[in-house]
Design a protein around this ligand. Sequence first.
Ligand code: FAD
Length: 382
Amino acid sequence: MHEPIMLNYDVLSESYYLILSFLLMGPSARTTCAQSSGLKSNTYVNTVGVFIRGYVTNLGNGAVQEISYPETNGHNGGTRAVHRKALLKALEEELPNNSIRFSCKITGIETQSHEGSSIAVVDLEDGTSIKAKVLIGCDGVHSVVASWLGLASPVHSGRSAVRGLAAFPQGHGLVKQDVYQFVGAGLRAGFAPLTDKDIYWALDCASPANGAYKGDPIAIQREVIENYAKDLPELYLDIVKHSDLSTLSWAPLVFRQPWNVAFGNLSNQNVTVAGDAMHPMTPDLGQGGCLALEDAVVLGRHIGRCVLENGELDSREIARALADYAKERRSRAAWLITGSFFSGWVQHGGSLVLKFLRDSIFYKFVLHKLFNATNYDCGKLT
Ligand SMILES: Cc1cc2nc3c(=O)[nH]c(=O)nc-3n(C[C@H](O)[C@H](O)[C@H](O)COP(=O)(O)OP(=O)(O)OC[C@H]3O[C@@H](n4cnc5c(N)ncnc54)[C@H](O)[C@@H]3O)c2cc1C
């Protein structure tokens, strides 16, 4: 079992959906599917949960507000949960055997000129080096590649999140398409059934001074039950108690300043970044992973064009392709970092004014608009 990631790709174009579906189906389903005209893979349906409704309970007064997520239109959209493991496995299956080197940490990068073109030399922790025509840093929040490009380090939002996956082998009996949220002063918690037996849960709060997120899973579970979630309904506590300990994590929520993404160096010669390495954001709109997938499509399109036009991966042309990719991504990423931060700030409802804003305006009028920002067509792969 592995923690899931929510993907909202109501918004993504048909071609993008095809890419993701094909990724999630696995080679055999893909072959069958490619031979037929549609994408009706059972593998796909089994892998993800689709969410339609949300219920937000105000822990202060017990009021419940109903919110709706962008609706699923046939196979083309909706907010879905995908197991990270399934996504990673699908990506891995696309690559030739032995093309991945596991457990090798990048420690340094330099570029060298070779017959008028630039080569990236990547130094690894084990002392070896790799020479690459293109280097795309997908090395997450604390990206070595981003810092080589000169992007500022991400900043702490002051909040942290704990999340986990609960298992109910006999079934949990909840409606699968519903998401439940609980908001209090400085605390937001929620859960979403993924299958008849698994429930994803999360809780976000002001970062604990004692660094509880560094603790072991048993300590994390105890801290949530006895402290942070003690005023939440019994059902929530029961879900946390059913956690698969191997899935529990507690991490500070960080983001890159949006102006740093809007105006910073997102590429240089044949080096660029994608995913959290480019645009770490707080998870309040559930868009970090979605944006990483969009990056992959846009980057694939620009590099693909470069190869088609030159008949090969021409190192001299690749700098232009990466610059075009960075240009296309920067405003969207900067905007979503801002929207996510705003969403988290309001929903935490620290002061009376924020609580009023959250309860009377945000859920009724603003959240929908923010969700609409996920309504984005990142274009076709070719
Ligand atoms: C609490 C929480 C909830 C979230 N919920 C959602 C959600 O519902 N929907 C959504 O779309 N997104 C969500 N996100 C965001 C999402 O998890 C990230 O945006 C996504 O994982 C980014 O993927 P990535 O591949 O860019 O980075 P990562 O998943 O962080 O992967 C980076 C990889 O690089 C490796 N690495 C790091 N440093 C080095 C190095 N020096 N050398 C070599 N390798 C290195 C790491 O080991 C790792 O394998 C959430 C995030 C959090 C914190």
